[in-house]
Design a binder for this molecule. Structure first.
Ligand code: B3K
Ligand code: ZN
Length: 870
């Protein structure tokens, strides 16, 4: 297959002034009639090329006259008309089969309902169309279906007409007044319950809000509704963005390839990111629901009103929208805690991507399947770039630039250059060097060396940046790196200093050259540097400093991010290079006893770096050593702190009524983190203490009145294993067997258990009657959790001949036969093989080769596997 390249971009030859669609819904023979008004954009005649896949052409008319087959050409992916006038109406009728569509892209069926997913290139599975984001048009959609089973017929925009066709069938007509690209089209039909509310916009308009869910489930949409209203209010106050239609709808579906989709006026959500109540959803679920509701809603401006010219510009909408949803979550839940969580996610998913064979720029230059580029790099690194621009420009300029961007490009399909130009327009400064962040792959390393001159009371910092080569990018240019920094004294107290003639407590220095040196003056005593505060840039920081400086920041950095970061670094050193646990335990104890700190922050600081995170710091990676050493340090810490941990745990009385708010969630997070660290001592405890710990975990389970505490208890019981663990799992299954979203957790939990018998258990679970690889949520619960969240079992550290790789490969190949997009996402788990020690490296490589050797691979899986092996 030939790659699509950014440099090959050509503007469309025709614009579509109106799109009229009629759907006659039928499970296996849906008829779609499409009437498109075309106008040629260029001077000279050009062929009309429409895209269509798996659609059967029934009829085709140009300006009302049937076309004879010799006037057009059909391939499996296109319909081409060589000779067309400058202006014309094309009418096609096609047949499609939603029930057979297990790609979950285009029009498909989920739980007996019709639903759609069109981004990025799914609309072409519905009808022949110029399916590209820079062709925008106004849609009128008529949906016809049986009344029984399909009382709700939904599409984008406003309902302008509905009624009966006859005794058995009815119809609805929807009109969307805004121009939109085809990827934002949506249709839903079926039996649904609806939760309704309203929102009054800042200009006083009333918007009807409707969330459609499985029958009987509308109470579980209440939290999503609340999050939606908060999102709408936040976008008005933080960005001046008001909603633009009189109706906003969300539909939850069970079968969905990813999280959610921002279709204009009709968002479609994976049910797992919408439905919540205390007995079925964890605090982490509530938090995700809040942020995804916000994310999809915010797309109404950053994505829908201003869309992308082509898919290479994907991060124009995704990076910006992630940055916007992070800002929202941060305002809702606390800036420090949110930043730490966002950076953890960035490092867990984006850093490894940027360091391996799948590394690609935030704006890639070529692809085979765009589905493969909905990556952490495009989303999370893309968001970091927007965040850095805001840090450097300041919040006022940032807001003015964004206003300028929305005003200038409203109703159009824009590029990253357009976005950057908005900053130039409002500042008058050249910001073209920021483009390097978009076009260059790889995580920059920022190295800082420090020289303190006691006599002159000055601290000189030498800063340098470098980025290692990545596939097809051997050399790298410098990027602008904002470095927020301050200094502390050795006991952890913040110090002021002079910089450029002024007294400062913190500065943001922008390193935009390969190297620079700066001098801080009036530095009273030998200082402790606190650099890259709030993680002011997505780089790897290297500072040479004694352990005592890390302890100083752990104890007293006023920047909570760097305080957490220092604790993580110290823990990482203990695990990877060894040493005395006592000083770290002391510092952790002081932190836990500090009443000024939030419980949610304490919970975060207690969590040791993950095995996956530690793997990024080791070369070559030895997953067995990482697992063993981490476990040993955790057990030692648990023993050293047991009385403190136990006192703190016992002192927290869980509230009698559940509230999902951030503060209550923080309390639960702390109590559960305490339990987790307490239980880490199980393996090395004597029999008496073991039975005490086992009883503690079982009691935690028995008393849990919400899903967060239940999952924490089950996780705690993993250390005990055996009868108590099995009993709790069985009780859990029996209680929730009719709740698919909870049974997903039951699968996920078992797949993530770091225990020698887990691989056999996972294989058994893959034959469980409730396991269905055609349902992405269920499949990911089992397979993705093994591949991404259980390194010990995935890499077979308990028995070197039983890697999890083979199981994952079989699963990728099974799912690739019907859902390539979802299958391909798992290839990444094997892609880092070159960084691993023998024998893992060879075994992972062999696993990738066995994928590559399989006949009839999808483009999706083939593209990623070939890159991983390259
Ligand atoms: N824009 C969608 C993602 C579509 C993924 C297509 N493979 C959801 C989001 O980012 O908001
Ligand atoms: Zn998005």
């Amino acid at each position: 297959a030939r790659p699509i390249r950014l440099t090959d971009y050509r503007a469309p030859a025709y614009r579509v002034s109106a799109t009229d669609l009629t759907f006659r819904l039928d499970p296996t023979e849906t008829r779609v009639t499409t009437r498109l008004s075309f106008e040629r954009l260029g001077e000279s005649p050009a062929p009309l090329v429409l895209l269509g896949e798996r659609v059967k052409l029934i009829s085709i008319k140009l300006d009302g006259a049937d076309l004879s087959p010799d006037t057009y050409e059909i391939t499996p992916e296109t319909l081409t008309l060589r000779d067309v006038p400058a202006q014309f109406v094309l009418e096609t009728e096609v047949e499609i089969n939603p029930q057979d569509n297990k790609t979950l892209e285009g029009l498909y069926m989920s739980s007996g309902r019709y639903c759609t997913q069109c981004e990025a290139e799914g609309f072409r599975k519905i009808t022949y169309f110029p399916d590209r984001p820079d062709v925008l048009s106004k849609y009128t959609v008529r949906v016809e279906a049986p009344k029984i089973g399909f009382p709700h017929l939904l599409s984008n925009g406003n309902l302008i007409e509905y009624g009966d066709l006859d005794d058995t069938h009815h119809y609805a007509v929807w009109q969307d007044p805004f121009n939109k690209p085809s990827y934002l089209f949506a249709l839903v039909a079926g039996e649904l319950d609806v939760l309704e509310d309203t929102f009054t916009t800042s200009s006083g308009r009333t918007v009807d809000l409707k969330i459609y869910v499985d029958t009987g489930m509308s109470a579980r949409a209440a939290y999503a509704m609340d999050a939606l209203k908060r999102s709408m209010a936040w976008d008005e106050s933080a960005y001046g963005r008001e909603y633009d239609l009189d109706l906003f709808m969300i539909v939850a579906v069970r079968d969905f390839n990813f999280g959610a989709m921002e279709n204009k006026g009709l968002n479609i959500f994976n049910a797992s990111l919408l439905l919540a109540d205390p007995t079925t959803a964890t605090d982490a679920d509530y938090e995700r629901i809040e942020s995804v509701i916000a994310h999809e809603y915010f797309h109404n401006w950053s994505g829908n009103r201003v869309t992308c010219r082509d898919w290479f510009q994907l991060c124009l909408k995704e990076g910006l929208t992630v940055f916007r949803d992070q800002g929202f979550s941060s305002d809702q839940r606390g800036h420090a805690v949110q930043r730490i969580k966002d950076v953890k996610a960035l490092r867990a998913r984006q850093f490894p991507e940027d360091a391996g064979p799948l590394a690609h720029p935030v704006r890639p230059s070529s692809y085979l399947k765009i589905d493969n580029f909905y990556t952490a790099t495009i989303y999370e690194k893309g968001a970091e770039i927007v965040g850095m621009l805001k840090t450097v420009m300041g919040p006022k300029v940032y807001r003015t630039a964004l206003d300028h961007y929305f005003a200038t490009h409203d109703g159009t399909a824009a590029t990253l250059e357009d976005f950057l130009k908005s900053f130039e327009a409002v500042t008058g400064n050249d910001v073209s060097n920021w483009l390097n962040w978009y076009t260059q792959a790889g995580t920059p390393r920022l190295k800082i060396t420090q020289t303190y001159d006691a006599a002159a009371k000055s601290l000189t910092l030498s800063l340098s940046q470098s980025t290692a080569p990545t596939p097809s990018q051997p050399t790298k240019a410098a990027v602008p790196i904002p470095v927020r920094l301050g200094i502390l004294s050795e006991d952890g107290t913040p110090q002021s200093f002079g910089f450029e003639g002024q007294s400062q407590i913190e500065i943001t220095y922008v390193l935009d050259q390969p190297f620079a040196a700066i001098t801080l003056t009036d530095v009273a005593a030998a200082p402790v540097l606190s650099a890259l505060r709030h993680f002011s840039a997505p780089v790897i920081l290297e500072v040479e400093e004694p352990q005592s400086h890390l302890f100083a920041r752990f104890k007293g950095d006023t920047d909570p991010f760097n305080r957490w970061e220092a604790a993580q670094k110290l823990a990482q050193n203990l695990i990877l290079t060894g040493g005395d646990v006592a000083p770290y335990a002391e510092a952790l104890k002081a932190t836990l006893l500090d009443d000024a700190l939030e419980p949610a922050f304490k919970a975060l600081i207690m969590a040791l770096p993950t095995e996956q995170g530690l793997a990024q710091e080791m070369s070559p990676v030895d997953p067995a050593a990482i697992h063993t050493r981490r476990k040993a340090v955790k057990a030692e810490l648990s023993r050293a702190l047991y009385p403190t941990l136990r006192d703190l745990y016992d002192a927290i009385q869980p509230p009698t009524t559940f509230s999902p708010d951030a503060q209550s969630a923080g309390g639960r997070a702390l109590r559960n983190a305490l339990l987790d660290l307490i239980m880490a001592g199980y393996g090395t405890a004597d029999a008496a203490h073991q039975s005490e710990l086992s009883a503690l975990a079982s009691a935690h389970y028995a008393r849990a009145d919400n899903m967060t505490d239940m999952i924490a208890a089950l996780t705690a019981l993993m250390s005990v294993h055996g009868e108590p663990y099995e009993a709790a799992l069985d009780a859990f299954y029996a209680r929730f067997k009719d709740e698919p979203l909870v049974i997903d957790k039951w699968f996920a939990l078992q797949a993530a258990c770091p225990h020698p018998e887990t691989l056999a258990r996972i294989e058994r679970l893959s034959r469980h009657p409730d396991f269905d690889p055609k349902v992405p949520n269920r499949w990911r619960a089992l397979v993705q959790n093994l591949a991404s969240n259980n390194p010990a079992v995935f890499h077979g550290v308990f028995a070197s001949d039983s890697y999890g790789y083979g199981f994952v490969v079989d699963q990728i190949l099974t799912v690739d036969e019907f859902n390539p997009m979802t299958a391909a996402r798992l290839v990444e788990s094997l892609s880092g093989y070159k960084r691993y020690a023998s024998p893992y490296r060879e075994a992972m490589k062999a696993a990738l080769e066995s994928i590559m050797a399989t006949p009839k691979l999808s483009k999706n899986v083939a593209e990623l596997t070939a890159k991983a092996l390259d």
